[in-house]
Design a protein around this ligand. Structure first.
Ligand code: AMP
Length: 187
């Protein structure tokens, strides 16, 4: 089963992705975590992206699409992918369709975690204390939210026509969100 968790930064995509990974014995595909790992390991990619990441800007599509390609074509992970933070633009969504098609895979669910800006700011400020992410300060949160509204949210039009698309109230408590997601997944 392949699932996309879609929504603004701070919507709870990572938390629900980790739950789904446990439930479905799947693999979390978090481009944000993959990119942070490149920075931590101080790789060539890490050096290229560190400024954009810290400023809350998008990382170049070619870099992100390449990371994704390796995961999707991995036979061990086939039809066990839980996407969190990808796709984030229309071109990434189209790229994902092509990659899934070419490896004979499909999207089983697209869950949109719907949360408003005020709650996002509160959640990310809390996360900053727990995870100490350098892109979680208020200025960067606001920039990331703007980028989300401009570039990522329009991807909803692309997915909302898909019969596997579901809107989930992301303002609920973590367990409640999990229950709503679970109600769609019959395993
Ligand atoms: P996240 O952990 O999903 O909140 O992502 C953290 C940061 O990583 C974002 O603010 C972007 O700078 C970068 N990033 C993550 N995923 C993508 C993506 N799909 N496309 C471009 N940049 C991304």
């Amino acid at each position: 089963m392949n699932i996309i968790l879609f929504g603004p930064p701070g919507a709870g995509k990572g938390t629900q992705a980790k739950y789904l990974v446990r439930k479905l014995d799947g693999f979390q595909v978090s481009t944000g975590e993959m990119l942070r790992d490149e920075i931590k390991r101080d790789t060539k990619i890490g050096k290229k992206i560190i400024n954009d990441m810290n400023e809350g800007k998008f990382v170049n599509d070619d870099i992100v699409n390449n990371l994704i390609k390796n995961v999707i074509s991995d036979p061990q992970k086939k039809s066990k992918l839980i996407f969190d933070g990808y796709p984030r633009s229309l071109s990434q969504a189209k790229n994902l369709d092509l990659l899934l098609d070419s490896s004979n895979q499909k999207l089983d669910f697209i869950f949109f975690l719907n949360v408003d800006k005020d709650l996002i700011i509160k959640r990310i400020e809390k996360r900053k204390i727990l995870e100490k992410r350098s892109d979680d300060d208020l200025d960067t949160i606001l920039k990331r939210y703007d980028t989300y509204m401009k570039t990522t949210r329009p991807v909803l039009d692309f997915y909302s026509k898909n019969p596997n698309f579901h809107v989930i109230d992301g303002t609920l408590e973590i367990d409640e969100i999990t229950k709503k997601i679970d109600s769609f997944i019959k395993v």
